[in-house]
Design a protein around this ligand. Structure first.
Ligand code: ADP
Ligand code: ASP
Ligand code: MG
Length: 413
């Protein structure tokens, strides 16, 4: 029995005509002898409008109720999807996260999957049904509904594929993973094969084509992922173990992320334990801190900057203002108009001079760097948000466009 998890994103199920198109994709796989398990996102824009609605009630809606609300988006989509399959003559059953069940921890709005029960799914498949599972949803041991964070349907799909020992197909609105967001860089090229490690960095650094946790899951359980277009038959991108990627280029992709906010705590007393206090408080509140910069200290004081996800910015501001007062810092500055620009590639492990070239290109374009962070396979710079597209295009041109062996998006939409 060859199970194939087929995930369809929001744009793919944006309306009834498109749902029918997706259903036909599932039927094609069924006819080829696969046992499909469908994972569907909410219809395009739905999660955004639910968030907007909640924010009209209160600017910081309680997270438990947010999950209750957001889960409805996927519930609508799976019901319509299953009805469509049935109309086309294929028995299908829609299932919410709790009905599978997909058990998560209790961190509302960004829950992590702990375990998945597969017996109900396997029984349905054996009886000839096509299960249509809600992406993005989970349930705690105490029967509380949770969601997995924006883009979480990818993680539902990969986790199901791991649990069912199946292959995983991510059907989306672009024909694969590209060397840059094809909506920003029209000359971006489709990457035929990419390693988990590189995909993980690209996803973490703003390539929202795959949710980060989905790639972590895939790497941990060795799930092979095929990212492809819902609207065409062309081969997409395979996300696979590193040893299967023959060619180790220095820069595989360029990404941008405008979803961060930078905070600067001005005139922090420079003594042991202060950084620990700040970042432990944020950690306890489940806030992930990204780029940290501590300036050289003057007269026993220093400025400390860091970035967090925009979704956590209000909560962070509240917490950091309290800490700043407690530790005797002068003030807290907040900048929402920043962008993190990154270049990623496994070949960077053994190349030199890459950072220098990156800084030079930004300088040539008059772009100032506010913070830098690096790992073995990536370099990120924080810049003013208004230069995002300029920076991505310039870096793509410098590091990628001279290479001819990739396909380009030109001509296939
Ligand atoms: P879905 O609704 O199918 O989950 P998403 O909108 O979450 O789709 O992700 C697909 C989008 O990711 C594309 O429309 C594209 O604009 C964006 N994207 C960003 N970076 C990349 C990249 N490097 N390769 C492909 N797509 C990218
Ligand atoms: N509907 C959720 C979102 O928009 C989950 C997903 O689409 O993957 O973030
Ligand atoms: Mg997505």
């Amino acid at each position: 029995m060859k199970i194939l998890v087929q995930k369809f994103g929001g744009t793919s199920v944006a309306n009834l005509e498109r749902i029918e198109l997706c259903a036909k994709r599932v039927i094609e796989a069924y006819k080829k002898g696969y046992k499909p398990v469908v994972v569907s996102s909410a219809m395009a824009g739905e999660t955004d409008s639910l968030i907007e609605l909640a924010k009209k009630v209160t600017p910081r809606p309680p997270e438990r109720e947010m999950d209750m609300l957001l889960a409805t988006g996927e519930q609508r989509a799976i019901a319509l999807f299953a009805m469509t399959l049935q109309k086309l003559g294929y028995p299908a059953v829609s299932l919410c996260g709790w009905q599978v069940p997909i058990i998560t921890d209790n961190v509302h709005t960004k829950a992590r999957i702990r375990k998945i029960g597969v017996s109900r799914l396997l029984n349905l498949i054996k009886e000839g049904y096509i299960p249509v599972v809600a992406g993005f949803q989970g349930v705690t041991e105490d029967w509380e509904i949770t969601t997995l964070g924006r883009g979480g349907s990818d993680t539902t799909a990969v986790a199901l594929a791991a649990a069912l020992k199946a292959d995983c197909e991510i059907n989306t609105d672009v024909p694969g993973v590209f060397t840059a967001d094809p909506r920003i860089v029209p000359r971006a090229k489709k990457i035929p094969k990419i390693s988990y490690e590189e995909m993980l960095e690209l996803a973490s650094l703003g390539a929202k084509v795959m949710q980060i946790r989905s790639v972590e899951f895939a790497a941990k359980y060795g799930v092979r992922i095929h990212v492809r277009s819902t609207f065409s038959d062309e081969e997409g991108t395979w996300i696979v173990p590193e040893e299967e990627v023959m060619e180790k280029v220095v820069v595989r992709g360029v990404t941008s992320d405008t979803n961060e906010t930078q905070f600067t705590i001005v005139r922090v007393p420079d003594k042991p334990g202060i950084a620990a206090e700040i970042f432990k408080t944020l950690g306890d509140a489940h806030i992930v801190v990204d780029m940290i910069v501590q300036n050289v200290s003057h007269d026993g004081y220093t400025d400390m900057s860091f970035t967090v996800n925009k979704n956590d910015a209000d909560k962070t501001e509240e917490l950091v203002k309290k800490i700043a007062q407690k530790i005797g810092a002068e003030s807290v500055l907040r900048d929402d108009r920043v962008a993190k620009i990154s270049i990623v590639g496994i070949g960077m492990k053994s190349a030199y001079g890459v950072a220098g070239r990156m800084f030079e290109i930004l300088a040539k374009n008059g772009i100032n760097i506010k913070a830098i962070s690096t790992s073995e396979i990536k370099i990120s710079c924080l810049i003013d948000e208004k230069f995002t597209e300029l920076a991505v295009r310039a870096l793509h041109e410098e590091f990628i466009e001279e290479m001819e062996e990739f396909e380009t998006i030109d001509g296939n939409g």
